[in-house]
Design a binder for this molecule. Structure first.
Ligand code: ADE
Length: 255
């Protein structure tokens, strides 16, 4: 269930604490509307309906107690662009952390560590995660210094805000939570698990316009099929992403 959470009241506080055994993600944003749609379809929708995943969006502006609900201001020292103010974010984070422990408080920013499948695997094992979406020039450094446990980037490019990055991370992580995918092995077979790209897949018809599905896939020999898929994964990775193989070897070396 996706809700827009106002500053916590006694009534919804009770609701929050009554649920257990689910992963909870709280997203702090200036633009909750931007996230509503991408987080409400397909696998994530099913995860929420099954009660495995709870997602809450918090509009940072609801925590700005000045006249115009202002949540950003000019940068000290000058320069173009606005900076997200410390107080509304502090109020929002404090309100949430007074209710429960958060395993990670992520800040989405282009200068963060790169988001990878490995990080998604880690996040999927956690109970409560908070994500703060930056905008404009970013957030007041004091928020980063005092609250953020991990700064994350989804790639070496600059988005207009952290919302789309948060949606990417929630999507990627949400599908890995045990019980979300009906066939658990399908997540294990994804590209990037084990530092390998996924093998090619085919479905009916076996021949289309004379284009044939590889014979082995029709053979019924599961061992041969598994070997073929593994070999395809290796060949594709060697061709398209040799850096992944090197990374895998380094990780093995570390034990
Ligand atoms: N905010 C702006 N650009 C971003 C990026 N590449 N990753 C995460 N958050 C961002």
């Amino acid at each position: 269930m996706l809700i827009f959470a106002p500053p916590e009241s006694a009534s919804n506080r009770q609701f929050y604490t009554s649920l257990a055994d689910t992963m909870r993600i709280d997203i702090l944003t200036l633009l909750p509307e931007l996230l509503e749609s991408p987080l409400n379809y397909s696998i994530l929708k099913r995860a929420k309906e099954k009660g495995i995943l709870e997602l809450y969006l918090h509009n940072i502006r609801d925590y700005a107690h000045n006249k115009h609900k202002q949540a950003d201001d000019y940068a000290f020292g000058g320069g173009a662009g606005m900076v997200m103010m410390v107080e509304p974010i502090d109020k929002c984070i404090t309100s949430l952390t007074s209710e429960r422990h958060y395993d990670e408080i992520l800040y989405l920013t282009p200068d963060g560590e790169s988001f990878t499948q490995r990080m998604a695997n880690h996040l999927a094992t956690l109970g409560n995660i908070m994500m703060l979406c930056g905008h404009y020039k970013g957030v007041d450094q004091r928020v980063r210094d005092h609250y953020i446990t991990r700064e994350v980037s989804i790639g070496d490019y600059v988005l207009s805000g952290g919302e789309i990055a948060a949606a990417v991370i929630v999507d990627c992580t949400g599908r890995l939570i045990p019980g979300v995918l009906s066939d658990e092995t399908s997540a294990l077979m994804d590209s990037f698990q084990d530092n390998l790209l996924a093998p090619p897949v085919y479905t009916r018809p076996a021949v289309y316009k004379g284009w044939k599905v590889p014979e082995v896939l029709l053979s019924g020999h599961q061992l041969q099929i598994d070997e073929w898929r593994h070999q395809q994964s290796l060949d594709r990775t060697r061709l398209l992403r040799p850096d992944l193989l090197e990374e895998g070897e380094e990780e093995e070396g570390k034990g």
